[in-house]
Design a protein around this ligand. Structure first.
Ligand SMILES: Cc1ncc(C[n+]2csc(CCOP(=O)(O)OP(=O)(O)O)c2C)c(N)n1
Ligand SMILES: [Mg+2]
Length: 238
């Protein structure tokens, strides 16, 4: 919250904002506002892991729209030929801003593109927590065994417009209603309840704890100072 509000206490001291947030201390190399620009960064991080010989694995996230950028094709091909430990995670939410996938692609599943680079490509129900977990686990094992990258396509949906200013009138009402029923959070809760791994009381406690964390983050951010003007050129590349 502090970073989003441009405050000095944010992860990037208020200079990254929501679009360029990074936290190297936990391995988050950074978000980027340039669609598809994170994909070559993931490949580069994979090369770094290989050269350093650690057991790390990179996960790079991007959208269906980003998979039409040249960076997607070039980066996956390089990661494939060098057998880099990278998981390319495509969150296919059917839209790139207002552009529906079917308007700009002849294929239905983006995972099909993996064939062109000789790597595994899987499509999973992106709103099914355990299905995503399983696909990721397989891809991690594959990467750690030195077998190279995997492309995972998570089929999902955007619950709202692209931004707060987008009324998203280009989407059929029925389509939105259908997808809202598949919201992964209540769905996973129901699954845990069915497996008797969660009581209603525990679920309530978790929800309250999350609400309280968010409220505290908002309060902390609101009360934090902005960076001083004379710090403008500190902690930035120039
Ligand atoms: C190179 C580039 N072109 C255009 C834009 C404008 N833009 C911002 S988000 C977006 C759509 C991205 O769609 P997708 O990859 O499907 O990601 P989603 O927002 O659905 O997660 C576009 C075109 C941009 N930020 N960068
Ligand atoms: Mg999209």
């Amino acid at each position: 919250m502090a970073e989003i509000l441009g405050k000095k206490t944010g992860y990037c001291r208020g200079k990254g904002g929501s679009m360029h947030i990074a936290d190297f201390s936990v391995g988050i190399l950074g978000a980027t506002a340039v669609v598809g620009a994170g994909i070559p960064i993931a490949t580069g991080a994979g090369l770094s892991i290989k050269l350093r010989g650690t057991h790390q694995v990179v996960a790079g996230f991007f959208g269906d729209g980003a998979s039409n950028q040249g960076t997607f094709h070039e980066s996956i091909n390089m990661a494939a030929i060098w057998s880099l430990p990278v998981i390319f995670v495509c969150e296919n939410n059917l839209y790139a801003m207002g552009t529906r996938q079917s308007m700009v692609m002849k294929i239905e599943s983006i995972s099909e593109r993996a064939v062109a680079y000789g790597i595994p490509g899987v499509t999973v129900d992106g709103n099914d927590v355990l299905a995503v977990y399983e696909a990721t686990q397989n891809a991690v094992n594959h990467a750690r065994d030195g077998e190279g990258p995997t492309l995972i396509e998570c089929k999902t949906y955007r619950h709202k417009g692209h931004s707060r200013f987008d009324p998203a009138t280009y989407r059929p009402k029925e389509e939105v209603e259908e997808w809202l029923k598949r919201d992964p959070i209540p769905r996973f809760k129901a699954e845990l309840r069915k497996m008797q791994l969660l009581t209603e009381q525990e679920a309530k406690r978790i929800e309250q704890a999350v609400v309280s964390d968010v409220e505290q983050a908002v309060k902390f951010a609101a009360e934090s100072p902005y960076p001083a003007p004379e710090e403008a050129l500190e902690n930035v590349y120039r």
